[in-house]
Design a protein around this ligand. Structure first.
Ligand SMILES: Cc1cn([C@H]2C[C@H](O)[C@@H](COP(=O)(O)OP(=O)(O)O[C@H]3O[C@@H](C)C(=O)[C@@H](O)[C@H]3O)O2)c(=O)[nH]c1=O
Length: 183
């Protein structure tokens, strides 16, 4: 497995070894020992999520607060997405900065986003299916977020706002300045 820390400390891009033969391919989506060896820390999976979305759908920027904060290991198993992490860790030197990676069923990259960062993605292909593992259970009460186009963060999504499809919840998220984040 190849592992590279991004511009945000604790946020990693992982590339599993892919074994191809005449039947197709095989790879390990997560291996607790290899993950620890590569990153130096544990990831204790508690829940595995899947979502499928159409082109232009943007989900995010989301995080859970307090003792329900989640680290996430994200991969794309159909199509391609632009996946983004935003550093919201209070005393971090990169607070408010983002890390971007294209995840696709083809490149099989995985994006590890630690607790304290927001996560979002934009679907670039007709459809995309995301699978992500998290280390804390879902809690509606702790579900929180910031708006995807916050001018202070300025993520280069590469798609016009009028082509982006958001949930009602995501349309009404606050900016980073407006939000009082409680990790
Ligand atoms: C996230 C989540 C949602 N749900 C339910 C709540 C709701 O009825 C429905 C859809 O929820 P949402 O609109 O919040 O789904 P979505 O916008 O896909 O939310 C996800 O976005 C990405 C970017 C993330 O990083 C995830 O952690 C999660 O926040 O699914 C669960 O039951 N368990 C979960 O873990």
């Amino acid at each position: 497995m190849n592992a590279e820390e991004t511009n945000l400390k604790g946020c990693w891009i992982l590339e599993p070894d892919v074994f191809e033969d005449e039947r197709g391919y095989f790879y390990e989506g997560f291996n607790v020992e290899k993950f620890k060896k590569a990153t130096g820390f544990d990831f204790d999976v508690k829940q595995i999520n899947q979502s499928r979305s159409s082109k232009g759908v943007l989900r995010g920027l989301h995080f859970q607060t307090g003792d329900k904060a989640q680290a996430k290991l994200v991969s794309c198993i159909e199509g391609e997405v632009l996946d983004v992490a935003v550093d919201l860790i209070n005393d971090s030197p990169t607070f408010g900065e983002y890390s971007l990676v294209r995840l696709s069923a083809h490149n099989k990259k995985h994006f590890y986003i630690p607790k304290g960062m927001a996560h979002g993605f934009l679907v670039l292909t007709e459809h995309a299916k995301l699978m992500y593992q998290v280390d804390a259970l879902y809690s509606k009460e702790h579900d929180s977020g910031i708006i995807y186009n916050d001018a202070d963060i300025s993520i280069p999504w590469g798609m016009q706002d009028d082509q982006i499809i958001l949930s009602e919840k995501d349309k009404n998220l606050p900016t980073l300045k407006e939000s009082k984040i409680d990790f």
